[in-house]
Write a protein of this length. Structure first.
Length: 395
């Protein structure tokens, strides 16, 4: 897998100071954790999933989750399981014939409902289990999480890595009186299985549902007070420098344009300065396509240290991935900070003469930026994510 494979080689050279790197499920966990990008969810009842993967139907897709939980009605569970097993067996057969290399597969996960379902799928799939990068565990809790992680650890080997991605979305996590104790206990549990944990995910939709809230297209998760407070505590516990996890941005639900109630959230200035009147027309197109709320939320995700995002529509793939690319300024600052740390320096002025780089406080940030740059790449100094979005989605 590699981000931006839909660009021509000349375009990669034009935009990127450091080209995006390649990765597979066999890439080291610390780096692979940053490689999920826009993770597309699809119901396990969807027909011909194996053909969609083989044909690379969704341009830019690097990770997907086949959902057996909320996306499947209770009365369809058995049917969905059978369809899923059949699709993965077909995919294995086609890959073995050489129609697609195992190395070219996107990172594939299954979102499971319960423990016995995971054990059943493991038995049904046999060697086809190796197609999967892992499982997504919804409504993760201390009470039941250990049993899930034991199965994951049993499957996980150096030859065939198999990871868990727990979703934090339970009552005990969102409610203030139980939250911190639950988060700390989950963190303690995950630390015992850290080699098998690829990513921590946030179930924003389930959290909202517990309060009868549904955000609209003009509202990010950070505008919902109860969600904002919970996400803040999740970041506080799981992104600490001494034992950090990659946390993914929560799902964005909207993909079709409707009449707006609020003022659009994309500032005019970056578009006007970059492209003049054409930039303003393009900004209007983003707003018409209902992308401005998504862009704002991704930028807030990144500001809060989150990487990648859960998505439910393929039109979001390129936007998520463009916004996660590392800028030239970030890369140079991070490189200089890591070098200065190794040389035991204290503080220095950024090469861009607009900030001070304090080596010890910024070292953890710098290491994360350098890891992220290995998979997303680094833009040339004259380009920004705006240029990538314009090229990817609207040109």
């Amino acid at each position: 897998m590699e981000f931006f494979t839909y660009f021509y080689e000349a375009e990669i050279e034009r935009f990127f100071f450091r080209r995006p790197g390649t990765f597979t499920k066999y890439t080291k966990r610390d780096l692979l954790s940053y490689g999920l990008g826009a993770t597309l969810y699809m119901p396990a009842t969807r027909p011909n999933i194996h053909q969609e993967i083989l044909s690379k139907k969704y341009e830019g897709l690097t990770s997907l989750v086949i959902d057996l939980e909320d996306a499947v009605s209770d009365h369809e569970v058995d049917t969905a399981e059978n369809l899923l097993v059949g699709e993965l067996l077909k995919l294995q057969e086609e890959c073995s014939k050489g129609f697609l290399s195992f190395q070219d597969l996107p990172l594939i996960f299954i979102r499971i409902r319960q423990l016995d379902q995971l054990q059943h799928l493991k038995n049904q799939l046999g060697d086809a289990l190796n197609l999967l990068t892992g499982v997504v565990i919804p409504k993760f809790s201390v009470e039941f999480g250990k049993d899930f992680l034991e199965i994951v650890r049993d499957v996980h080997t150096e030859d065939h890595p198999f990871y868990a991605m727990p979703i934090l979305e339970t009552v005990k996590v969102i409610q203030k009186e139980t939250r911190m104790n639950e988060l700390l206990e989950i963190k303690h549990l995950l630390d015992q299985y850290k080699d098998c944990i690829l990513n921590v995910r946030i179930g924003a939709t389930d959290f909202c549902g517990l309060y009868g809230i549904r955000r609209n297209m003009d509202t990010t998760v950070y505008d919902i007070a109860v969600l904002r407070d919970c996400i803040s505590d999740i970041i506080n516990v799981f992104q600490r420098f001494d034992s950090s996890y990659v946390i993914s941005g929560p799902v964005w639900e909207y993909f079709s344009a409707k009449k707006r109630m609020l003022k659009p959230q994309l500032r005019q200035t970056p578009f006007r300065e970059r492209y003049g009147e054409e930039g303003l027309k393009w900004r209007a197109q983003l707003i018409d396509d209902n992308m401005d709320g998504l862009i704002r939320e991704i930028l807030m995700d990144i500001s809060n240290g989150l990487t990648g995002k859960t998505i439910i529509h393929p039109s979001h793939i390129k936007v998520v991935q463009a916004l996660n690319v590392v800028s030239y300024e970030e890369f140079i600052d991070a490189s200089n900070i890591v070098k200065a740390f190794d040389e035991n320096n204290g503080v220095m002025k950024s090469e861009f003469a607009n900030k001070m780089n304090e080596v010890k406080p910024h070292y953890f940030w710098a290491k994360k930026i350098l890891l992220k740059s290995q998979v997303y790449g680094v833009l040339h100094e004259e380009f920004s994510s705006i240029d990538l979005i314009r090229k990817e989605v609207y040109v």
